[in-house]
Ligand binder design. Structure first.
Ligand code: ANZ
Ligand code: ZN
Length: 827
């Protein structure tokens, strides 16, 4: 545990412990109207629910935490100051592999490691001044939480959205264990360095593909999300329209269906390719080529999809000794197995049209296969240029399609195939079903039982949670089975249906299941009647603002959207998109690179906090850039931030409590202060915290100058300005702001003070009429701002037509300026 001494802050933040105690006593950050808390909820429209992606308890807080949480905290504090009833929750995403690895490394229990880290982080958050409502606290590794993961699994199962199927996993032959992707480093086991194999294991899937189209369509509701995140989601879902076409296979009683996005190019197919690692290749290959296929398929299985699809990868493949027959012209197309066709996209088989598809063209050139152009795009012949033509144009060499444009040809050929029973229009998605099973210990047990007599039997709901065994198992079994398989006592159960001997499923769930719905539970984390309290959900959901890193732009957000839609479909939610607005923050980097142990450029948050205090670190983070940009810690100046905070603190000390009846002060100071506060308001609303902070700095200087000008005696304008400064500061530097607020003679807490009232009159530009004379004769009247400078006024006058046409030399010989009302020009 780190301790942050108040003197480490240079005194600007005062005694942190005392402020924490005050907030606690006054329940400053407790939302009103959480179910069962006895407070009045107030109007629903005034509630704001702001969620920052919950942390993984990997250890103490690090620099990344010190960026994202102050951002969400500023947003929450700002909304509260503006009078909203804000719910700002906190919980922990506390299942997952690192706990298991740490346990293996240090001989600890994963639960002990996890819960100890949670306490350290919780204390770290308090000392950073986070305005969390701690009553919302939840941990996904608590049985009271994960029983609802199991409930969700069973509901999805009931609705036919769960199934088991074989899927490849990473397998370390030396450790005889399944590895997560992040444990495979350049194809080798992270622990022992052995070459990792791909193995087929039976796995559990959630059928997210059933929601593919709705996940696309409902993006219409996500106008307040960053555009690039929507693009990433759209690409990940990867909708593709085209046609299925059935090809007969010569000498075999089998037709093979392909998917194409370009059915209009059917007459240009010159060969046929199937995925080398799929069963289909084995059925099509002739005996003569079988051995060659086996070798090639083994090599294919060890390559990743990304490598396989890379366009610059040299094309390889093997001929299967067999031919497919093109249904429209009877052409015999030689069939190859190749790794550039994936087994799990479309049908795992393609017609190859080398003239109009680059990968097919590369393959044709490698294998010396013919290239036939069927769309005239006006570009060079691909056969000679080596570049496939993919643009618009008229069909050629295509019988009845000749002369049609691409879209008409697609429609015509699809209708023709459909009429003859040889194909049909098709829409497919790149999105795969969600593989949720892990052969790991520290996760939610899958609530299924395997009975020899009854088959798969769901655990009855009233027997949830299926708790993880705490002992009696091996964390890393040498036999190669998942850890839970060694928990003999736990595994062997009576079948809930027939009472016969049965066994529990020994997999656990992906932690993305845990995080797919946690935001629904925060308003009442102890609710026992269901996964979430319908009352709480009605009052707070959907989330008004979701804040977190872009690394979750795809999977986590898709899973949360999917689960929300499902829960809405079964009548449990009144909305089908969980997050109204999404804010992504950048990363904290060091010297241009991501911080990492191996690069030796890790910045230790605790050291920074000890040196600059929580407010110093918070302000530095927020002043460095807008939230979405990366922050290079090498380029920032925490000592500059601390200096400013000290200046604010000194200012408020010098201003002191308002006593008696102070002089009104300079109207211009009052006017500027109101304008700055108004601008800060708009900047905070738009999350431009860095600019808001520079306006706060301007306000500090303005007030200091005014105070010095009145020999250190604060007038009403300075008092008002200083109060406003303390309040707006509280959103980003809460401890310093409390200190300042107190010095100004106010009772805590500044967080309850409300946003400063801005006088609308102060925002109106006052305008006066300026009389312009040439040789003493009035030639023009100009409307100018009251505070216009002599230079600006001169420039304005010399650009006025009524003046310039009376100046033969283009310039006056003399000009007398009395801003803002009079100018006399002598030609
Ligand atoms: C013939 C053709 C001609 C194609 C042409 C494209 C252009 P998108 O749009 O990304 O969905 N394809 C189909 N299944 C595949 C698989 N399992 N592995 C690799 N490639 C596959 O891509 C659809 C196109 O990708 C399909 O249309 C098919 O090639 C290829 F001028 O068919 B096309
Ligand atoms: Zn049974």
């Amino acid at each position: 545990m780190t301790s942050i001494h108040s003197d480490a802050t240079g005194g600007h933040a005062g005694d942190i412990d005392a402020w924490l105690a005050t907030w606690n006593e006054r329940k400053v950050f407790e939302a009103h109207g959480l179910p069962g808390d006895g407070t009045e909820p107030g109007p629903r429209s005034n509630n704001r629910y702001l969620v920052s992606m919950f942390p993984y308890p990997s250890g103490d807080l690090h620099m990344g935490h010190a960026e994202v949480y102050p951002i969400s905290d500023a947003a929450a504090r700002y909304l509260a100051l503006k009078g909203h009833n804000v719910l700002n929750p906190i919980g922990w995403d506390s299942f997952g592999l690192p706990a298991e690895n740490a346990a293996l490394k240090r001989g600890l229990n994963p639960a002990d490691w996890t819960y100890a880290n949670i306490e350290v982080q919780a204390e770290g958050f308090r000392r950073l001044g986070m305005s969390f409502d701690w009553r919302t606290r939840l941990h996904t590794s608590d049985p009271d939480y994960y029983r609802w993961n199991q409930w969700l699994f069973l509901k999805l199962y009931e609705h036919d959205l769960v199934y088991r199927s074989k899927a490849p996993v990473n397998w370390c032959p030396n450790d005889r264990t399944v590895l997560a992707n992040e444990q495979v480093i350049q194809g080798k086991c992270e622990r022992c360095g052995a070459l990792v194999e791909r193995r087929e294991l039976t796995q559990w899937f959630f059928k997210i593909t059933a929601y593919a189209q709705r996940l696309l369509d409902d993006m219409d509701q996500l106008g307040a999300w960053p555009h690039d995140v929507l693009v990433m989601q759209r690409n990940w879902i990867g909708r593709s329209t085209g046609a299925y076409v059935d090809f007969a296979i010569e000498d075999l009683d089998e037709t093979v269906r392909i998917f194409t996005s370009r059915p209009d190019t059917l007459f240009g197919a010159t060969f046929f390719v199937v995925a080398a690692d799929a069963a289909l290749a084995g059925r099509l290959v002739t005996d003569e080529h079988r051995e060659q296929l086996a070798q090639y398929a083994a090599a294919t299985r060890s390559a990743t999809d990304i490598d396989r699809l890379a366009s610059n990868r040299p094309k390889t493949g093997v001929f299967l000794g067999r031919y497919a027959v093109n249904p429209v012209n009877g052409d015999r197309l030689p069939i190859y197995a190749a790794d550039y066709v994936l087994s799990d996209y479309g049908t795992g088989a393609i017609m190859a049209v080398p003239a109009h598809d680059q990968r097919d063209l590369d393959f044709a050139r490698a294998m010396d296969l013919p290239v036939r152009m069927v769309v005239d795009t006006g570009e060079e012949d691909p056969a000679t240029s080596g570049v496939a033509t993919t643009g618009q144009g008229k069909a050629i060499n295509s019988s009845f399609l000749d002369g049609m444009d691409v879209e008409s040809a697609k429609a015509a050929i699809t209708a023709d195939l459909q009429a003859r029973g040889l194909g049909e229009a098709a829409t497919i998605y790149r999105l795969r079903d969600w593989l949720i099973s892990r052969q790991r210990y520290w996760g939610t047990p899958i609530p299924m039982i395997h009975c020899e007599a009854c088959g798969l039997v769901p655990v009855p709901e009233d027997q949830l949670p299926v708790k993880l065994p705490e002992s009696g198992f091996e964390l890393r079994p040498s036999s190669g089975v998942p850890p839970l398989a060694t928990a003999t006592e736990w595994v062997n159960v009576e079948c809930p249906t027939c009472g016969g001997p049965a066994t529990r499923d020994v997999d656990t769930m992906d932690t993305f299941v845990d995080s797919s719905w946690y935001f629904l539970r925060f308003p009442n984390p102890d609710y026992a009647e269901g996964p979430f309290d319908p009352e709480g959900v009605k009052r707070w959901l959907p989330v008004d603002d979701y804040i977190g890193g872009k690394e979750h732009a795809i999977l986590h957000l898709l899973y949360a959207r999917f689960v929300t839609k499902f829960l809405s479909d079964i009548g449990m939610l009144h909305f089908n998109e969980p997050f109204r607005r999404l804010t992504n923050q950048g990363q904290v980097i060091m010297n241009g690179k991501s911080m990492s142990k191996s690069l030796g450029n890790l910045v230790n948050l605790q050291e920074q906090l000890a040196q600059y205090g929580p407010d110093g670190v918070r302000v530095t983070m927020m002043f460095a850039s807008p939230p979405e940009d990366d922050i290079d810690w090498a380029d920032v100046s925490p000592s500059g931030s601390v200096k400013w905070l000290n200046r604010v603190n000194r200012l408020c000390t010098d201003v002191g409590p308002a006593t008696g009846d102070p002089a009104p002060g300079d109207p211009q100071v009052r006017r500027s202060a109101h304008r700055l506060v108004h601008e800060i308001d708009q900047l905070m609303e738009r999350r431009r915290y860095n600019v808001a902070i520079s306006r706060m700095m301007e306000l500090t200087s303005l007030l200091r100058k005014a105070l010095d000008a009145s020999s250190g005696v604060a007038d009403a304008a300075v008092h008002e300005g200083a109060r406003a400064l303390a309040v707006v500061l509280s959103a980003i530097a809460p401890f310093t702001a409390e200190e300042c607020w107190q010095r100004l003679g106010n009772a805590p807490s500044v967080a309850e003070a409300g946003w400063p009232k801005v006088d609308p009159d102060m925002l109106i530009d006052s305008v006066v009429t300026c009389v312009v004379q040439v040789k003493g004769k009035v030639q023009a009247r100009l409307e100018v701002p009251a505070e216009i400078s002599a230079e600006d006024l001169e420039a304005l006058v010399l650009a006025t037509e009524a003046v310039t046409r009376r100046l033969p030399n283009g310039r006056p010989s003399r000009i007398v300026i009395k801003p803002p009302t009079l100018v006399n020009v002598i030609p």
